[in-house]
Design a protein around this ligand. Structure first.
Ligand SMILES: Nc1ncnc2c1ncn2[C@@H]1O[C@H](COP(=O)(O)OP(=O)(O)OP(=O)(O)O)[C@@H](O)[C@H]1O
Ligand SMILES: [Mg+2]
Length: 280
């Protein structure tokens, strides 16, 4: 199925990561002796460009996180291709997977679940720096960990190094997730619902941080959200997913201010005030 192209992109920035016709089937419910197949992602194609935020929106269960996990190579696709700088990425494991994650990082939807409760912040960041070979020796690891904390505006950084996840607020945990992703010095950041678990009052500062990281690190960002208002405010392009299919795509202004697809219209009608810049 071809998505409605509301307004074509201005193809200026370099494409870093591309998905072509990605399909993901899961084993569904059992029916007698047979198990149904469930197509969570259906022929999804997208391009992530350097220094640009692309939003992936859709209701719960539409397949957004599955697209993120396919792009992060946390799941093998049923079919379709992923290309990094134009080169197809083969099914990766071991060292090749670590190399891939050096370029493509994902922060998970639930920062509570994604940080191991028994590890302090210094362990989390030190391990990420070591895995990607970004720091050697204790002094370098210490220095770089402090720099990462400053990047995500946890200051003074020394105050956070020895904390356990339960000693951090939800917002601080999300910042640690960003810092851990940045430890790899990635080119692509797949941010799965980075603010949906947070209090509305701190959503804006978290998205402002993501935006400033995008600029300072020149990141290609996939911003996964069900919040159309923040997609409008923080992304240049928006893709709308419905039952695994991208039904509409285009500049965020065009898609959200003047949606063409029936489903996008319904999604907008269900949102409190999607044309607001962003509440709170
Ligand atoms: N590992 C899995 N095994 C079986 N089904 C799965 C698996 N992961 C996801 N699904 C199913 O695939 C569909 C898409 O799920 P996905 O998590 O990608 O949706 P989503 O758009 O991210 O939803 P939400 O907004 O709630 O996070 C859902 O029906 C879900 O139940
Ligand atoms: Mg999800």
């Amino acid at each position: 199925m071809t998505a409605i192209e509301t307004e074509p992109a201005s193809p200026t920035a370099e494409v870093v990561l591309e998905a072509r016709d990605l399909v993901k089937d899961f084993a569904g419910r059992r029916r007698g002796l047979r198990r149904e197949r469930m197509r969570a992602v259906d022929q999804v194609s997208l391009q992530l460009r350097r220094g640009e935020v692309t939003a992936l929106v859709g209701q719960s269960g539409s397949g957004k996180s599955t697209v993120g996990r396919l792009l992060a190579q946390l799941l093998p696709p049923t079919s379709g291709q992923i290309l990094l700088h134009g080169t197809p990425v083969a099914a990766t494991s071991g060292r090749a997977f670590i190399r891939y994650t050096g370029a493509v990082q994902m922060t998970l939807q639930d920062p509570f679940a994604s940080l191991n409760p028994v590890h302090r912040v210094d362990h989390v960041l030190g391990r990420a720096l070591a895995i990607h070979g970004r720091a050697r020796g204790r002094d370098q690891v210490h220095e770089q960990s402090l720099a990462l904390l400053e990047k995500v505006e946890l200051t003074p950084p020394e105050r956070y190094l020895h904390r356990f996840p339960h000693e951090l607020s939800g917002g601080e945990r999300q910042r640690i997730s960003f810092a851990r992703a940045l430890a790899a010095q990635p080119q692509v950041l797949l941010a799965d619902e980075p603010v949906s678990m947070l209090d509305v009052t701190i959503r804006k500062e978290m998205l402002d941080l993501l935006d400033s990281l995008r600029r300072s690190e020149n990141l290609a960002v996939l911003y996964i959200t069900h919040d159309l208002g923040s997609a409008r405010a923080y992304s240049s392009r928006t893709l709308v997913m419905y039952h695994g299919v991208v039904v509409e795509r285009g500049s965020s202004a065009a898609v959200i201010d003047d949606p063409q697809h029936e489903y996008t219209r319904r999604l907008l009608a269900a949102a409190p005030n999607p044309r607001r810049r962003l509440a709170g």
